[in-house]
Every structure is written in C-alpha cells, then in structure tokens.
Design a protein. Structure first.
Lengths: 338, 408
C-alpha cells in the first residue's frame, strides 16, 4: 500500500509520473492484446461496434493524456479537434471518394496543424486559464460547423452520412468486425508511438516542463516549442480518433461534437489515471458504459446517478485505474513472496 | 439395444409431432425478431438528458400508454415491452442506442424516436437492416420518401405541409399581399420556406422579402426593420419560441401592423404569446392539428375525456398543458392501431404495410376533422391543420380543416 499512499499524499495539479510507470509490463500487455484480438470472434456485431468505440474514445483519451499527463497542460477543447478529424474524414470520403484508410493521416495532419496553431496563443496561458481558452474552442466548434458558407461541404446542421467500408480482398469478415480490427491496428500503432515518444528525449523534455517549467528552460529545453508540439501531437491523435469515429458511427453532425464530448474525454482521462497511458482504455470504458449503467438504474435521474458513480470513483480511487493497477501489482508481488 | 431403439422411435415420433404442430402454428402466425405469442418488443430513443430533455416527456407518456394497453390485456393477447433509451440528443449516441435496440434487445421496430438530426443518423442503418423506423418524431419533410427509405415513416404534419397551408390561406384571403418571411437559418427554417414557395407556386413572387437569422443573434431588430422597409404587409414568422416573441414585440414597438402568422412551433400561449405581451398578439394567426390540453373548450370532448382519464390513472404527474404529453398519447395510439391491424402477422414487412394503409384513423387528441391517412406512396400520416386566431388570452380555431395537397 505504501507506494500508492505516496502517490496519493503528494498531489500537485498533475503529479509526476516516472516514465516506467507510464506503461504496462510486457506480460500484461500481451494478455490485454490477446483479449482485444480474440473477443470479437465470440460476440454479437453490436458488442463489436461498442468495442470499436471503446478503442476510438480510448485513442482520444490517450491524446489528452499525452497533453496533460505528459506536458502538464489542460485542455477542455479536445472535442473541437475530434470534430475536425471527423469532418475531414467524412468530407474526403463522401465528396472526394478518398479511401477511408487514406483519410486518417490527412485528418491527423490537419488536426496536428490546428493544434499546433492553437498552441501558439495558448502558450501565454497556463492552468485554469488555458482550460478556459480551450473550453471556448469546444463551445465554438459546433457553431462553426453550421456556418452557411461551409454548408456545401459540411451539410450544415443535418450533417453528412458516411458509408461504412467493407472488408478488403474479399475477407469473410462483417463490416463491423473488419472496422474493429482496422481500428485496433491503428490504435496499437499510435499506442506504441506514444509510449516511445514519452520515453524519448522529447518525452523527457515534456515531462520536465510538466514538473518544473523554469528548471526545464534552465536545462535548455525549448519550452515554447515543446508545449506547442504537445498540443499538436495531442490534437493530431484526437483527429485520427475523430476520423475513425466518423467511419464507425457512419454519420457526422455538429451536435455530436459539443462540449459534453470534451468533458467526457476529460473524465475518461482522470478515471483512467492522469499520465498512465494504459488507463486510457479504462477511462474510455468508463465514459461509454457507465452512462448506460446509470440509465439502467434510473431513466429520469441518469445524470445524477452518473454523477454519484463518478464521485465514488474519484473519492475511493483518486488516481483512477492506475492506482487500482498499482495495488494489484503489489498484492501479486506479496503473494509471490509468500 | 432395443430399448434404445424404442426410445429413439418415440423421440422421433415426438419430434415429428412437434414439427407438425408448430408447422401449423407458423402457417397462421408469422413473427420476426421481437415478436412472439406473448410479447411485442418496441424500441424508442429519446433525449431524456441534454439540451432537448423537455421532449423526454413524450417517451414517458408513451411508456404510460403502453402500460395501459398491457393492463387491459395487450394487443391480441400480446404484451408490449417498450424499451426506451436516452441519447442526450447526440447523433453518435443515437446510433449506439439504435444498434443496441436492434442487435442486442432484439426489438421488432423503433418507434417515435425524437429529433431530425438524430433520426437522420440512423436512417441508413435502419433501412439497411430492414427494421421499421416508425412515426419519427420530427417535423422535417424527409421522412416521406417511401421509394428511397421504405422503412422510415414520419407522423406529425411536416413543416412544409404547414407552410403550404399558410400560402393557401394568404392566396385566398389576401391575393394582393406582399409577404415577408423571417426564418431560422437551419433545416427547420429552410423546410418551411420551401413549403411556402411550393404553396404559392407560380405566385411565389408574392414573397417580397426573406430574412434569415442565426440562433446566436441577440435581437431581431435589424431583420424586422428591413422587412418593414420592404413594404411587407403579411409577416410570416418561422421562428423558435424565443425569437418569435422578440419579433412580435419589435413589430409592436415600431407601430407596424402587418398581418402576422407564427409557425405552430411557436404557438405556445405560455412560451410566446404571454411573454410577447397579450396586447401585441391579438389577431395573430397560426395553425394546429392537435387539441390543446389547456383549452377548456375540449373539457366535454369524448376523446379528451379519455385522454384525461388516462393521465389520471397511468401518468398522474404529467402536466396536461404540456404539448409533449398530448403528442406522445396520439403517437402511441397510432402505434397500437398499426399493431392491431397486423393481427398475427407480426413481421417487419407487414408492420410497414399496415402503417402504410391507415385510413381515416383518428387518435383522441387530434382536432375534429383531422385524420391519419397513409398509402404505399404517402408516408406522411398527418397532413391536415386548422387555422387559428389569437383572441383574448387563447387561440380560436376558425375555418375548416385544410389539407396541404397542392391541388385543392
């Protein structure tokens, strides 16, 4: 329990996470991966669809985790980047007949650009002020998507219907299953890249900024550059998640990308454990399944029930899934020693 | 060995017997997923949370109405299982809930899901799966496309139908009118405008000015001033409640006296007319298709009496003045009617077939003279409205029930 307590007692806004603690061990990773690969073979298409959404939101939470857990910057504006990615994919697929797989890198690059540019003015802001600035971005995005002169492309309020791709090469897979494995491959790629990023020189630079900005700049880290880069990378990954989301849901409309989505992602990050990348998928599961559970408990009070559940999680395990994993790890270690 | 063989013979005989009996049963009763001898599973998606949560009352009313039907013995002996989920008015969530209903809860159909964009999001999916998306709760005109979307059908009069009725009225009562339109710049406003132009037909130049507004605008001042300057003498307000009230107030301030028409969306007495000032709204026109729960002229109406008795017994906490309660009751009655017509053939194809052959069906809450009619080429159940004029502190219906057909 001691290590967990240590983490709990020393809690600044974003506490320091040693870089080794950011990932799972190889064994655990392989078990999770095997579960993710094998489960779809035994479940209904609807469950596969939910698992696809789990991965997609997991990616978006991971992106926020890199920004907040890595570089210590807050964002309540992730829904805006998610929307840009979704619309990029939808417009390319429906208006230009671009292959769905090719739209994702485009969505990623455009969102990276948008995030990088937004990171510039955001440099002057920190903590809650930055959170507010990104909040404004999230509020503005649905309205921007409804603008008259963009309507030819965006479909205005009514949005765009996206065609779901079939499995290629005549593979005997349903559309849902193919999309799931496609999303899984993209997610694994991004996860490995993110882990490597945070373990690299750049990752150390980001974390030094998070821990102490002045010390970092004294050590020669280009604070402005790395902060905007973190924004760019986070936005880029969110954009790819948005593009995948558009394909999975087969529909984009401004009302799907409101501030509620941004807050959900934020909740997902906190529940999963700030700065702990594998927690992203736990956080994603929380924001997808817990509202459904809450609705099952009481239809009229689903929001309140969700609030209570969230409160319980934050109260009992303030560091989210990471804390649970840590405790579990210590327990197994103890069992082994005995 | 013989014992085993004997048992096998008995078993196969029994199996044959079962096959014969069920074969007979199948000849009479046909079911798709979601229907059985004892149960009919109906799905529904409502914004119980989020910005449009006020409409959630529709789903609650429908659940209460199906409870009533079940308490009275169900439909041809089958109980309705009404599964209603929350989508928070978010189209991505609607897709998830629709898939859950169809693929996990195995519903026979999805009934009266609310919202234009949310229903658009699942239209392709529902039609691809061949699951009825019945009586969509939205006034958009796009639910009436039986050829492209044979599994989707609307319920209430579309904005376009209503607009055509206004055009008809103006052409008859004020043939030399100069019409000015203020409309919300989204699908709601544009659908209306299209209906107006269709209604005027070759007389469309009667519309001398069109002003669009965004929901983010703080006031209607500039728009009203421009319409007045254009010499408009018939003002049509295709607006959401808040903007409708602002426009009426501004017109009164300018001491401008055009003939005013407000869309049914903003005909609420409490939500628009009173805030705009009762002295400013005298003589304003609108149209309706359902009875107003707050209007005492219906107190002795047999349909409304049944409605109020239902509320008292099955949904006592409901507010009878809430239009959503009246709406949910009427829609649920239509659903029950279609299921009754289906008899023992509860296949999805037959549901659509029966829904497309409603003739002169009158739910308790529709205005006298308004009825539901559909056909394989007409997926717009309610197409009639009656004009009404605001007098004193309430609406007074006048004239006859009008249909939105272009030819008569």
């Amino acid at each position: 329990m001691s290590a967990a307590e240590e983490v709990v007692t020393e809690a600044p806004a974003v506490e320091a996470v040693p870089k080794r603690a950011m990932t799972l061990g190889y064994g655990t990773s392989l078990v999770v991966l095997a579960a993710l690969i094998l489960t779809p073979l035994f479940v209904k298409n609807f469950v596969i669809f939910q698992m696809t959404m789990l991965l997609i939101y997991g990616l978006a939470v991971l992106a926020l985790n890199i920004l907040t857990g890595g570089s210590g910057q807050f964002s309540l504006g992730q829904s805006a980047f998610y929307a840009i990615g979704a619309y990029t994919t939808a417009i390319l697929m429906e208006h230009f007949n671009v292959n769905y797989a090719l739209t994702l890198p485009v969505a990623g690059v455009i969102c990276f650009g948008a995030g990088f540019l937004f990171g510039q003015p955001a440099l002057r802001l920190s903590g809650i002020y930055l959170a507010l600035a990104t909040f404004a971005l999230a509020l503005a995005m649905p309205q921007l998507l409804k603008l008259g002169f963009l309507e030819h492309w965006t479909g205005g309020v009514q949005g765009l219907v996206v065609t779901k791709p079939d499995a290629p090469f005549g593979l005997p897979l349903s559309q849902d299953m193919w999309l799931y494995y496609f999303t899984l491959a993209v997610s694994i790629g991004i996860y490995i890249a993110s882990v490597n990023l945070l373990r690299s020189r750049s990752g150390r630079a980001l974390m030094s900024i998070r821990d102490n900005e002045i010390a970092a700049s004294a050590m020669g880290v280009n604070v402005a550059l790395y902060k905007t880069l973190a924004f760019g990378v986070s936005a880029g990954i969110t954009g790819i998640a948005g593009g995948l989301g558009a394909i999975a849901v087969q529909f984009v409309a401004p009302d799907g990308y409101t501030i509620t989505l941004a807050i959900s992602l934020f909740v997902g990050m906190v529940v999963g454990g700030v700065g702990w990348l594998p927690g992203s998928i736990v956080g994603s599961a929380f924001i997808i399944f817990v509202p459904n559970i809450a609705e099952g408990i009481s239809k009229g009070l689903s929001g309140a029930v969700f609030g209570v559940l969230l409160f319980l999680v934050i109260y009992l395990v303030p560091h989210g899934a990471r804390q649970v994993a840590l405790v579990a790890q210590q327990l197994t270690a103890k069992l082994k020693r005995n | 060995m013989t014992a085993v063989r004997l048992r096998l013979t008995a078993l196969s005989a029994m199996l044959a017997l079962i096959a014969v009996t069920t074969g007979n049963a199948l000849a009479q009763k046909k079911y798709d997923t979601g229907a059985s001898d004892t149960e009919i599973r109906i799905g529904n998606i409502m914004p119980y949370s989020g910005p449009a949560s006020g409409y959630g009352v529709i789903g609650q009313t429908e659940a209460a109405y199906f409870n009533k039907i079940n308490a009275e013995g169900g439909i041809n002996g089958r109980k309705i299982k009404f599964i209603s989920y929350d989508d928070g008015y978010n189209p991505s969530k609607t897709v998830e809930q629709a898939r859950k209903l169809v693929e996990s809860d195995d519903v026979l159909l999805i009934f009266n899901s609310l919202g234009t964009v949310t229903n658009l999001a699942i239209q392709k999916y529902m039609n691809g799966k061949g699951v009825p998306q019945l009586f969509v709760a939205s006034g958009a005109s796009k639910w009436d496309q039986p050829k492209e979307f044979p599994w989707t059908m609307g319920w209430q009069p579309s904005y376009r139908s209503e607009a055509r009725i206004y055009a008809k009225y103006i052409m008859k009562e004020k043939p030399d009118a100069k019409v000015g339109v203020l409309y919300q710049n989204d699908d709601f406003g544009k659908d209306y405008l299209r209906g107006l132009r269709e209604g005027f037909g070759e007389k469309a130049p009667m519309i001398v000015a069109e002003e669009s507004y965004e929901t983010s605008e703080p006031s209607m001042e500039g728009h009203i001033a421009r319409l007045k300057a254009a010499g408009v003498d018939v003002f049509i307000s295709i607006t959401m409640p808040k903007f409708a009230a602002q426009a009426i107030k501004k017109i009164a301030e300018l001491n401008w006296k055009p003939l005013q028409i407000v869309s049914n969306v903003s005909a609420s007495v409490g939500g628009v007319m009173k805030p705009a000032g009762l002295e400013n709204v005298q003589g304003i026109l609108s149209a309706a298709y359902a009875k107003d729960g707050a209007d005492h002229q219906w107190d002795n109406d047999p349909g409304m009496k049944r409605f109020l008795a239902f509320l008292q017994q099955y949904y006592p906490e409901a507010d009878r003045r809430d239009g959503a309660v009246v709406y949910g009751y009427g829609a649920a009655q239509t659903m029950v009617k279609v299921l009754e017509m289906c008899g023992d053939d509860l296949t999805r194809a037959n549901i659509m077939k029966q829904a497309a052959s409603l003739k002169e069906f009158v739910p308790d809450t529709l205005l006298p003279g308004v009825s539901i009619n559909t056909s394989p080429s007409d997926f717009a159940p309610i197409e009639q409205l009656q004009m009404m004029r605001f007098k004193g502190d309430k609406w007074e219906l006048f004239g006859s029930v009008m249909s939105s057909d272009l030819n008569h």
